[in-house]
Design a protein around this ligand. Structure first.
Ligand code: NAG
Ligand code: NAG
Ligand code: NAG
Ligand code: NAG
Ligand code: NAG
Ligand code: NAG
Ligand code: NAG
Length: 384
């Protein structure tokens, strides 16, 4: 009896090990998948099978642009910039998680008043969970719908990548709020992420009235946002709007140590167009569609918010400044003040850089009906 049981266990274990080996093998094979269209198509279809047992296809490859190696000084550039130049032209990546019904289908999508489009990455689970419970909660407010999507690529390779993708799949089963594509979710691929989102929007949510586009570490007062957008005279989303923290008269940073380093090999011009800081900005559906339209004929620049500015400029549209968007952080009037005093956040639309637990606390506090705020209230000027 005992022996039989042990044998069964051994058999199961062997099976599991074999399965693991096979799955890993498939993984390496997928990584070198040929670029043939048929394989491509086939893999693409597999993804849409609900919870299929077949291993998910990994990167389907866009070919390197070999001429990039010939660019002057190529070998002296940092690795991520070389990588950028080699794959700059790639704009098509398979979708791993899609939400065709997010806006009730393209024809009904005008019912979405505010679509929150939040740039996240696979590891940022805690941030997403907090946003779902707080300012990014999907809801009907003042008679209009707020909807939410996170836009995400992939990170890591092999089983680590699979595990993170599994996490996103689980989150999506529960929350239906993740758009994921199979590309490396790196800083220099943020523009790609934005373009892929706009492509999705054109297809599935073309009539959404307004959008908030921002990072997953911002605190946004979505009540104020709705109030502001509803207060737009004669703009129901069908006219131009693009507003946030306006940045003008700047150009590429040429110091190779900066995160934002853009060498002449990437952009020769020393000028950036006016743009809004990418931590968070508001735009109309019309403007989002126009930007997408323009993007077809503008070569990708890795800095995503500047790229938006380029698309606007080409369309002859201007970004504007909104005083209540604080993507550069909040300026407090004096030292020794509680910068988390809720009164500061009652009036803002958006602030950059909040830790998840502070988002949770602040969301509760700004809704406190007993909170009394006044510009002259001295309690704001110096907490003990
Ligand atoms: C790179 O430059 C070399 C020498 O000028 C040239 O022969 C080659 O065709 C170039 N390669 C590409 C891909 O442009
Ligand atoms: C390939 O790279 C070269 C050099 O950077 C560039 O001039 C060319 O436009 C690129 N080709 C494509 C298809 O992006
Ligand atoms: C993604 O890009 C980053 C930055 O360029 C790089 O460090 C990382 O190795 C890349 N990851 C994969 C899986 O290619
Ligand atoms: C962008 O993603 C693609 C696809 O994963 C990758 O080949 C490329 O290296 C990435 N670019 C950067 C700059 O990370
Ligand atoms: C939005 O406003 C435009 C006029 O600016 C109007 O033609 C259009 O019908 C309006 N759309 C909706 C859905 O109300
Ligand atoms: C997009 O561009 C095409 C021409 O390239 C134009 O016909 C079309 O009206 C544009 N659409 C929008 C929404 O700007
Ligand atoms: C100022 O703040 C204090 C403490 O938060 C509160 O008790 C007081 O009523 C406020 N005064 C005004 C004028 O809002």
């Amino acid at each position: 009896m005992r022996k039989k049981k042990a044998e069964t266990i051994a058999l199961i274990l062997t099976g599991v090990v074999c399965l693991f080996v096979i799955m890993n093998k498939n993984d390496t094979e997928d990584d070198v998948t040929s670029n043939s269209k048929d394989t491509h198509e086939m893999l693409h279809h597999q993804i849409h099978l609900p919870r299929s047992k077949t291993p998910k296809p990994l990167s389907s490859r866009c070919q390197q642009n070999m001429s990039a190696y010939n660019v002057t000084g190529f070998s002296t550039l940092p690795g991520h910039i070389q990588d950028f130049l080699l794959y700059r032209h790639c704009r098509n990546f398979p979708m791993l998680l899609d939400l065709p019904n997010k806006c009730g289908g393209p024809l009904n999508s005008a019912d979405v008043f505010l679509l929150l489009v939040i740039k996240s990455s696979p590891e940022n689970y805690e941030r997403r969970e907090v946003l779902r419970k707080t300012w990014a909660k999907e809801r009907l407010h003042k008679g209009v719908w707020i909807r939410r999507v996170f836009i995400i690529g992939t990170t890591k390779t092999g089983f680590e990548k699979r595990r993170l993708n599994k996490l996103l799949e689980l989150e999506n089963n529960e929350n239906k709020d993740i758009l994921q594509w199979d590309f490396n979710d790196s800083f220099f691929n943020l523009t790609l992420k934005q373009i892929l989102f706009l492509e999705w929007m054109e297809r599935w949510c073309p009539q959404a009235r307004f959008l908030l586009n921002g990072d997953d570490d911002i605190f946004a007062n979505t009540f104020n946002m709705i109030e502001y957008l509803q207060g737009q005279e004669d703009n129901n989303g069908s006219k131009h709007l693009f507003t946030g923290h306006l940045i003008q008269n700047v150009g590429p940073i040429r110091h190779s140590s900066s995160k934002y380093f853009v060498p002449v090999q990437v952009q020769e011009s020393d000028r950036y167009p006016p743009y809004c800081g990418g931590g968070g900005f508001l735009l109309s559906g019309f403007t989002a569609r126009t930007i997408y339209n323009m993007s077809h004929s503008i070569i990708i620049l890795p800095i995503d918010d500047v790229y938006m500015g380029m698309c606007l400029e080409k369309a002859g549209l201007k970004p504007t400044s909104h005083f209540a968007v604080k993507t550069a952080g909040l300026h407090v009037p004096a030292e020794n003040v509680d910068i988390f005093h809720p009164c500061y956040y009652r009036e803002i639309i958006l602030v950059h850089r909040f830790l998840p637990h502070m988002i949770f606390v602040m969301w509760d506090e700004i809704q406190n009906p007993h909170l009394q705020c006044g510009k002259t209230n001295s309690s704001l000027q110096g907490s003990p």
